[in-house]
Design a protein around this ligand. Structure first.
Ligand SMILES: Cc1cc2nc3c(=O)[nH]c(=O)nc-3n(C[C@H](O)[C@H](O)[C@H](O)COP(=O)(O)OP(=O)(O)OC[C@H]3O[C@@H](n4cnc5c(N)ncnc54)[C@H](O)[C@@H]3O)c2cc1C
Length: 299
């Protein structure tokens, strides 16, 4: 069967695209991928999604988006796309071949995690975070640690100074990879301390993070803190499309919305290295659906 519109991914971008496309009577197919409902469904408290003054649980929010998409005629496939032939308008999920007239790629980007003890155990509500914009406000007047040395780490550290009493950046090199202006802002901040040539060994705490054990040269020490922000990059889920659509040096799609292949659109974190927020992903999903609808009408 030929699908009108296939949406790859069931996070904020994919499901918002589905709501718009379904309301335009396109009966889209959403291929959910290995993480149905996307990254936001893994987090407990969302305080910055408009319309929920008391905040909302991430899973509940995403389940609502799914219901809204389903209500207008979206259908779902519990599968993962492992091969794409975008110029032939063909996707493969294992042996299953899916043909379409238009597709929206909304496959997200996964935060890089630290492979040290405590990194995963303390993730989420226990104090380890991958997003200062999302979680900074939970650490008012607390001391936190940021791990990383690029633009993201500097940006996260600066943002955290709005809430936290002290921010310590742990960086394994002796200078930042960040742009000069970002680095200067960090170095001039009275609230930020930088530990150069330092690596984290273990994130410690029982129910909540209490300290991080670090090593600088031969010396080990414990840094007391309530939160640890990992800012060591993201991995966009774009590999299966890499020879067909252009990607930047970090693997993000260079096009947001329409791409170089007619009928192929992108949305959400897979094409956004800067904002990586639920609401921005949702906005891109809406825009991609409108573009796809116009494409289908005119082709
Ligand atoms: C722990 C955590 C907490 C966060 N908290 C907040 C917050 O408080 N507020 C906020 O605004 N943002 C928050 N974010 C960021 C937010 O979750 C993301 O910006 C948002 O989820 C991006 O949506 P997306 O649809 O682009 O991608 P994702 O949510 O990453 O969804 C990608 C989807 O693509 C699917 N997929 C991937 N590859 C394939 C494939 N080959 N075939 C089929 N499907 C595929 C996946 O299964 C998934 O469904 C948080 C992120 C994390 C990790």
């Amino acid at each position: 069967m030929l699908e009108q519109l296939v949406i790859i991914g069931s996070g904020c971008a994919g499901l918002t695209a589905a709501i718009y496309a379904a309301r335009a009577n396109l009966a889209p197919l959403v291929i959910e991928g290995n993480q149905p409902l996307g990254q936001l469904s893994t987090t407990s408290e969302i305080e910055n999604f408009p319309g929920f003054p008391e905040g909302i649980n991430g899973y509940e929010l995403m389940e609502r988006l799914r219901q809204q998409a389903e209500r207008f005629g979206t259908h779902f496939l519990s599968a993962h796309v492992d091969r794409a032939e975008l110029r032939e308008k063909c996707l493969y999920c294992g042996d299953q071949k899916i043909q379409y007239r238009a597709t929206i790629i909304a496959t997200g980007a996964e935060p890089r995690m630290l492979n040290i003890r405590g990194g995963r155990e303390c993730f989420g509500g226990k104090g380890v975070s991958v997003c200062a914009t999302c979680d900074g406000a939970f650490f008012k007047n607390r001391e936190v640690v940021v791990i990383g040395g690029g633009d993201s780490a500097c940006e996260e550290a600066n943002f955290l100074t709005h809430f936290c009493s002290k921010v310590t950046i742990i960086h394994r090199r002796d200078q930042f990879r960040a742009s000069k202006i970002m680095a200067e802002r960090v170095l001039n901040s009275p609230k930020i301390e930088v530990l150069w040539n330092t690596v984290p060994l273990k994130i410690c705490g029982d129910q909540k993070v209490t300290h991080v054990r670090v090593r600088s040269g031969d010396r080990e020490q414990d840094l007391q803190c309530s939160g640890v922000f990992l800012a060591i990059g993201h991995i966009p889920n774009t590999t299966i499309f890499k020879d067909q659509l252009s990607l930047d040096a970090n693997g993000y799609f260079t096009s947001i919305g329409a791409t170089e292949i007619p009928g192929v659109f992108t949305a959400g974190d897979c094409c956004d290295a800067h904002y990586r927020q639920a609401i921005t992903a949702a906005g891109m999903g809406a825009a991609a659906a409108i573009l796809a609808e116009r494409f289908l009408l005119s082709s």
